[in-house]
Design a protein around this ligand. Sequence first.
Ligand code: B4P
Length: 190
Amino acid sequence: MQNIVLFGPPGAGKGTQSEYIIEKYGLLHLSTGDLLRAEIKEGTALGLQAKQNIDKGELVPDAVVIGMIENKVKSNPDAKGFIFDGFPRTVAQAEALDKLLVANNTAISGMVALEVEDEELVKRLLNRGKTSGRADDQDEATIQNRISVYNKETKPVADYYNAQGKFKSINGIGSIEEIFGRIVEAIASF
Ligand code: B4P
């Protein structure tokens, strides 16, 4: 089974590149951002709680996202593998994911990190905010908060996989096709 984590700051292109990865490798796409936005759209209790965190640029509590991923992994026993997009975002989430995969007789193959500088992230997200309708993309202070939460809580996840020899970092600036080419090279090295 091939299980890839796509990593990077908000707006680095994780969602964008995931679509190409799914098509090439036939993996199942698990985006915690998409799953949470679907809960918000349906107006579930989980969605209402998550919306309060997301709109402020904060992370949703670990237990909530870990529970969602557990359900998805367990309900897809025949998947060829998974692309984890935007998850894990804390070391506690990474530890929970490792345990979950071991229980399912599999493991993470590797993590690919997209490197993009802050100024470009802000530009991309404000630009997406013009059409996405996402409150967290529309206000520069909220975007800056998302970037600082990433630096504090999410960046250590890269060290977690690096310590396991499962980390590759690539340049996330360039055309979508160029970046995808770099991702394919990184995946081939796992
Ligand atoms: P996510 O939905 O994961 O999204 P994201 O970080 O905004 O963006 P992504 O990197 O996928 O960007 P995209 O490809 O779309 O998270 C949203 C929120 O949900 C979080 O802030 C948090 O509150 C919550 N959440 C999610 N997962 C969680 C977890 N595990 N734990 C706790 N909370 C969680 O690209 C962005 C823009 O850039 C697009 O407009 C795109 O067109 C553009 N773009 C992409 N590639 C480009 C390129 N090469 N050049 C120029 N522009 C490009």
